[in-house]
Structure formats: C-alpha cells, structure tokens
Design a protein around this ligand. Sequence first.
Ligand code: GDD
Ligand code: MN
Length: 376
Amino acid sequence: MIPKPKAISGKDVAAPIPCPDVTIVVPTYMERRNIETLIERLQVVLVGVNWEVIFVDDSSPDGTAAIAKELGQFDARIRCIRRIGRRGLAGACIEGVLASQARYICVMDADLQHDENLIPQMLNVLQRNECDLIIASRYMTDEPIAGLTGRREHLSRFATLLSRRFLHITLSDPLSGFFAMRRDMFDDIAAKLSPDGFKLLLNIVLVEGPHLNIIEIPFGFRARHHGESKLDTRATLDFCALLLSQATANIIPQRFLLFFAVGLSGIAVHFLMLKLLMIGDSNFIYAQGAAAAVAIVSNFWLNNNLTYRDQKLSGIDALRGFALFVLICSFGFVSNISISDWIFVGDKAWWLAGFAGAVVSAVWNYSVSAALVWRR
Ligand code: GDD
Ligand code: MN
C-alpha cells in the first residue's frame, strides 16, 4: 500500500505519479539514427500500458545519449543513463534494470532488429504469472534469419549449440538480447551477474536457471536499420572463454583464459618473427631480442583490445600502461626461468619444468597487470 503524502501544516502536497508497470531497458552504442524510430514504435505499440524506456549509453561518440535526453524533454517516460569510461552490453543492461522500479523489465536492442510488437504479449504472460522470464527467440523456426549475415548466423547457431551441449541449456536462444522478467527477481541475482560481454540472458539462466519458470516465444529477427553490429569475432572469443571457465566450475576466471590465450599467441608471434628475421644472415641475439619486442607489443595490444577492451587504455594512459606491462612481464620472465630451472634441477623432467615456469609467470603477469595496468 502506497502511503498517501501528508499535508504539511495545512498545505496541499502534490499527488504521487504512479510508477511505470514496465521499464524497457535499451543498451546503446552508436545508435543515434535509430533512437527516434524506436521511441515512435514503442509509443504506438504500448498504448494503454504504463511504461518507460531507459537507454543506457556508453558515451557513444555519435551523440546517442544527447538525442535520447533531448527526446526525453518532451516525454518523461524517455530516460537515459550515460556511462563514462565503460563499455559492455551486459553491464549496460544491468545498470538500466537496476535504475528501474517498475514491476517488470524488458531488455531489447536499439537497432530495431527486435520486434517491439511482441512486448505487450510478453507483458501479459508475465502479468498472468505464467512464467518468471519470457524470451523472444530467434531460433524457433528453421527459416534463415533476416538480421544475420550467413557467417554471423552460422557463428550464432554454433554458439547456441555449444551452450546447449556444454552448459546443458535447453533453450532455443540462450543468447537472445530480447527478454522480459520480473524486476524483483532480477534485483535478487544482480550482484551475481557479470557485466562483461554480451550474454546477459545466458548468465541469468546459468545463475538462476533451475528456479526460473521460463517461456520462449518465436520472433523474426529483422535486419539492422542504421549503423552496424558491435558483436564480432571478439564476442565469439569471449563466449568460448565463458564456456571454458564454466568447464572449470568458474575456478579459472574468463579473463585469465583470454589473457592466457593472448600469451600463447605471443609465443606464435615470437617464433614467426624469429623465423622471418633469421631468413637473412642475422645475428641470433638481435633477432631474438627483436622478436621478443614484437611479441610483447602484440600481447599488450591484444590484451588492451580483447581481454580488457571494456577498460581499454588510450593515448598517454596506453603508453604508461605499456611501460608497466613490459616491467611486469620482465619480472614474470625472470620468475619463469628461475622456477623452471629449480624444478628441472630437482626433477629433470624438462616439460614439467617448462610448463610450471610458464604457468607461474602467466599467473604473475595476469594478476599484477590486472591490479596495476588495467585496474578498475
Ligand atoms: N551501452 C552499450 N555498450 N550498448 C552496446 C554496446 C556497449 O558496449 N555494444 C552493443 N550495444 C548495444 C547496441 O547499440 C544495440 O542496441 C545492442 O546493444 C545490440 O548490439 P548489436 O551490435 O546490434 O548486436 P547484434 O545485433 O550483432 O547481436 C545480436 O545477437 C546477440 C547474440 O547473438 C543482439 O540481439 C544481441 O543482443 C545478442 O546478444
Ligand atoms: Mn543488432
């Protein structure tokens, strides 16, 4: 029961404005040209519903947030959270939901690929208590999907297949970005959700799956209106890291796996460079030094753009970060050599010694650079 506002010393107090029944949470990055159309469509399809929309924009350089706030001047149901210094689809959705006090939330993309006509039906199902979570699925038909190019569709279907096989998920589209649920349920699990990556729904299902009553309904994933997709090969790599991390019961963090993969790529880069440099009659020591330098630059660049892309360093920060990274990795290198030497002398198993040295230095490089170079 909502308490009535009290009259203070005989003065009238304005009546409260009812809170919306549903908050549509829309993560945006570079969606300037889609915002207005999306709002127009929501206004049409949600007639008779008490709704609001919260755009969560990561300071898109194209001024998406400014457009949303400008439109919000004319309609208080249009809100925008502008985040600074952060990137990431899942994190943006989480913050949008946390800012809501409606009974239900619905997460959807800004680029008009999700069919807004489904929202009233999704709400109805929730209001009738038929489920806790309702997912609009792209894969309940065998038709080719308009919104995905051939390669993207294969990748996406493959990722879905992997999550079904390895994570024992029976949903047809656990990676959908279009779903609605009770807000209080989301609030209960919010602290356990990862802001990294794009698979918020999968994360919710993994955290809370057995306790949730889930319904899926089909929809036709439309082609993008304006702009381009931000989910690329990096998103797929991210997803593979999630699967691996799950396979170790989350003992090994997803980021470490990416960091480790980057480290392995560094070895490949090193040997490739060394081979190239040794084609001529080069001095081995110089070639080895140059190859190591290229590998370390490549490792830093990959970690900055892949492992830590949500905290990507640029400009002078990147230079400072790189200098620190080199310093940290040289300590890692020394510990690698000393530990493997120690094991080798004691045990004589060269492969065990080499492996142990590599793992210890990887853990060192990872934890120290997480604390000093890409600290949150
Ligand atoms: N705030 C914020 N920050 N929003 C982002 C970011 C980010 O870093 N990256 C993407 N978005 C927004 C986009 O502006 C868009 O509204 C929505 O998130 C989806 O991004 P797209 O780049 O359009 O993704 P997609 O269409 O390629 O991917 C689709 O499939 C994925 C799973 O395969 C979407 O439906 C995703 O939601 C879905 O997870
Ligand atoms: Mn899209």
